[in-house]
Structure formats: structure tokens, C-alpha cells
Ligand binder design. Structure first.
Ligand SMILES: Nc1nc2c(ncn2[C@@H]2O[C@H](COP(=O)(O)OP(=O)(O)O[C@H]3O[C@H](CO)[C@@H](O)[C@H](O)[C@@H]3O)[C@@H](O)[C@H]2O)c(=O)[nH]1
Length: 357
């Protein structure tokens, strides 16, 4: 019986959490919420679902030391650094090649490293049903999140009828996907929400190696060729060093999911948050004074809707007559931003000296 592997993608850069996040320490390596990093939570969440020796992590040279430290309970040889940043499609192809070299009939789940999910029991149930479906059908499985607004930075899946391919006995029934659209323009996202049968793509994918290789051959031949080179290689490291940087940078959503015909979707019955900005972090901060949110002791007078985050979590913060601010303090920097421009922090980071980014 072929085994199941998890591939955790932990090579994103993310400037949205500056000054806490840096190139070498992006969102997945931050203790933003809770006592551990989001990457650590991602690994822990797999306990009881995927054995540790079957969990692989892909990151980059800048982050590999920090990733090794966070993932110290995984076998060392399961953590790889990509030689260049090429976005998620080449990273997934590398993961497919590495897993195929161990077990060409394996099933794999691809997971982002930076999401917040508390309901582990339902997460396992949904993933188990997705794995069963991937093993019994030649489908690419996605997980759907009920959308709450027309967010333009997610992928959208149009859920059709319950799939005729659904294996007998599973609880979370997959639906046919009639359209996958990555990061639609705001007006199109509005249209999807009004239509009512679209879900956000959770960024997790479940498929068997033979199925994904076949789909890549059809829709992304460059990546399928790279996987063949890996599978034929007797020195995978040398092949990666030689070929990976030459791959076209593109995300797996554009390279494969928008084009593939055999996509299914299971609705998530668990909580899910991809914690995209300081504004999303704010809802989890404990200390509140009126409508202000803080992770540190806070006193306010005539101040509203502010978000405060200090690295020490102990700095006393006092606000007088200010509203709609994000204030973040670290050892060497302070961010003061309009909360309505939280998505534009990257514009600011582009102006900063390299040693602070
Ligand atoms: N190894 C590796 N990992 C990467 C790379 N680029 C990004 N990642 C990691 O891949 C995951 C997703 O990458 P993002 O670039 O953050 O994706 P996104 O814009 O949020 O969009 C994806 O996720 C959304 C849900 O959060 C989806 O809605 C969307 O369709 C898409 O799948 C994150 O864990 C990120 O760290 C890379 O070059 N290499």
C-alpha cells in the first residue's frame, strides 16, 4: 500500500508583518499568536495523520536554519532549501520529485506553513476523506472555505454537484469544481460571492503522485520535465542545483489548478484563517480597551480602532486622541500605519535599508 506524505511549503517571504517579519523570518516563523510559530503549529497539527518521517518541508537558503530549529523533530534530510525563489509551482514540483523518488505511488498533501486552524479533529477528518478520494480517483483535491467577503487575494473554486466519483463511506463529500480562479479582480470576486456557489481555496492540495504528474504533463510540461529529471537522477541535489533556478516563477494555482479539468473540492468543517495582515492578527489579541486591540497593557483616552503589537508583549502603551492606527514595536523599529492601508506595508518596506528588512 502506497504511503501518504505531507509537503509543507515554508518559503514565502511576506513583508506584511514588518517590522516583526524579516526576509529571514517571515510569517511562518513568527510567534504571532499563541506560544509557537505558525510553522510549528502546522507540523503539530499533522500528529496522528502523517508520520514525522513522511513530512517534508521546502524553504530557501535564507530561512533554512530557522526552519531546521522550528522543525527539529523531523528527520534532517526532510528539510530542503530551494536554490532560488521560484514561487509555489516549482516548489511543488520539487516536492513531487522528492516524494516520487521515495514512493512513486504515494499520495501527498500540500500545505501552506502559515495558517491558523484550531479544530484538529475536523481537520484530520476532512484530510482523511480527501486522501481516500485522491487514492481512489484520478482527481486533484482542494479544500474550500466558506467565503465571508469578496477578498481579492485568495483563489476561488466554483463548487458544482456532489461528485459521482466520491468513494463510498466517506463523510465529507467532494464536489465537482467547475472553475478555479486565482486572485480575481475585486469586481469578479464580488460576482462570485453574489453567485453563492464559490468557496475560497484554502491553499491545501491533495493528490496521488501519478495523478499530479499526469496533470502537470498536460498543463505544465516544464515542471513535468523537471520531475522526470529528478526521478531519473542518481544525484538529486546536483540536479536541483543545476535545474531548479531555470524554472519559470509561477504559483501552483496559476500553473496547474486554473487549467486542470479533474479538480474536486471538499468543504472545510474546521476553522481557518490565513492571517494575512496586522488587521487579521488584531481579532486574536487579548488586551482590548474599547474597540482598540493590543498584545500589551494598554490605556486609551478618546482613541478608537487602533491595533498595537509590541515584541516584548509587556510594554505599557498609552494613546490619546488617535484612531485607526497600527503601531508595532520591535527592538530596532517602530511601525506607525493607517489600519486601512495594512495591505500596503510592502510599499514602505521597499524604502527601508536592507538590514532592517
Ligand atoms: N517552498 C516555498 N514556499 C513558498 C514559496 N512561495 C510561497 N511559499 C509558501 O507557500 C504558501 C502559500 O504561498 P503564498 O504566496 O502566501 O500564497 P497566497 O498568495 O496566500 O495564495 C495561496 O493561498 C491562498 C490561501 O491562503 C489561496 O486562496 C490561494 O488560492 C493560493 O493557493 C505559504 O506557506 C508560503 O510560505 C516558494 O517559493 N517556495
Amino acid at each position: 500500500m502506497a504511503e501518504t506524505y505531507a509537503l509543507i511549503l515554508a518559503g514565502g517571504s511576506g513583508t506584511r508583518f514588518w517590522p516583526l517579519s524579516r526576509d529571514a523570518k517571515p510569517k511562518q516563523l513568527l510567534n504571532l499568536l499563541g506560544d509557537t510559530t505558525l510553522l510549528n503549529q502546522t507540523i503539530t497539527r499533522l500528529e496522528g495523520l502523517i508520520p514525522k518521517e513522511n513530512i517534508l518541508i521546502l524553504t530557501n537558503e535564507l530561512q533554512i536554519d530557522a526552519v531546521r530549529e522550528v522543525a527539529s523533530e523531523l528527520p534532517k534530510e526532510n528539510i530542503f532549501a530551494e536554490p532560488a525563489k521560484r514561487d509555489t509551482a516549482p516548489a511543488v514540483a520539487l516536492g513531487v520529485g522528492l516524494i516520487a523518488a521515495r514512493d512513486p505511488g504515494a499520495t501527498m498533501i500540500v500545505l501552506p506553513a502559515d495558517q491558523l486552524i484550531d479544530d484538529v479533529a475536523n481537520f484530520h477528518d476532512v484530510l482523511t476523506d480527501a486522501i481516500t478520494t485522491a487514492q481512489q480517483t484520478e482527481s486533484l483535491l482542494t479544500i474550500g472555505i466558506k467565503p465571508t467577503w469578496a477578498c481579492p487575494s485568495y483563489g476561488y473554486v466554483e463548487r458544482g454537484a456532489p461528485s459521482a466519483l466520491a468513494p463510498v463511506g466517506i463523510k465529507n463529500i467532494p464536489h465537482d469544481v467547475t472553475c478555479f480562479r486565482e486572485k480575481p479582480a475585486p469586481e469578479l470576486a464580488e460576482k462570485f460571492i453574489k453567485q453563492g456557489n464559490f468557496a475560497w481555496n484554502a491553499g491545501m492540495f491533495i493528490w496521488s503522485i501519478p495523478t499530479v504528474v499526469h496533470e502537470l504533463e498536460l498543463h505544465a510540461p516544464e515542471l513535468a520535465g523537471f520531475i522526470s529529471q529528478l526521478m531519473e537522477s542518481d544525484d538529486i541535489k546536483a540536479t536541483v542545483a543545476d535545474k531548479f533556478s531555470k524554472l519559470t516563477p509561477i504559483s501552483i494555482d496559476y500553473a496547474l489548478m486554473e487549467k486542470a479539468a479533474h479538480v474536486l473540492n471538499i468543504e472545510a468543517s474546521f476553522d481557518w484563517d490565513d492571517v494575512g495582515s496586522w488587521v487579521s492578527v488584531a481579532k486574536y489579541l487579548d488586551d482590548a480597551e474599547g474597540d482598540n486591540k493590543s498584545n500589551s497593557p494598554l490605556k486609551v483616552v478618546e482613541s478608537h480602532n487602533n491595533i498595537i503589537f509590541t515584541e516584548s508583549k509587556q510594554t505599557q502603551v498609552a494613546m490619546l486622541g488617535v484612531s485607526d492606527l497600527i503601531v508595532v514595536q520591535t527592538g530596532d523599529s517602530i511601525l506607525i500605519a493607517n489600519r486601512h492601508q495594512a495591505d500596503d506595508i510592502k510599499k514602505l518596506v521597499a524604502l527601508l535599508p536592507e538590514e532592517l528588512t
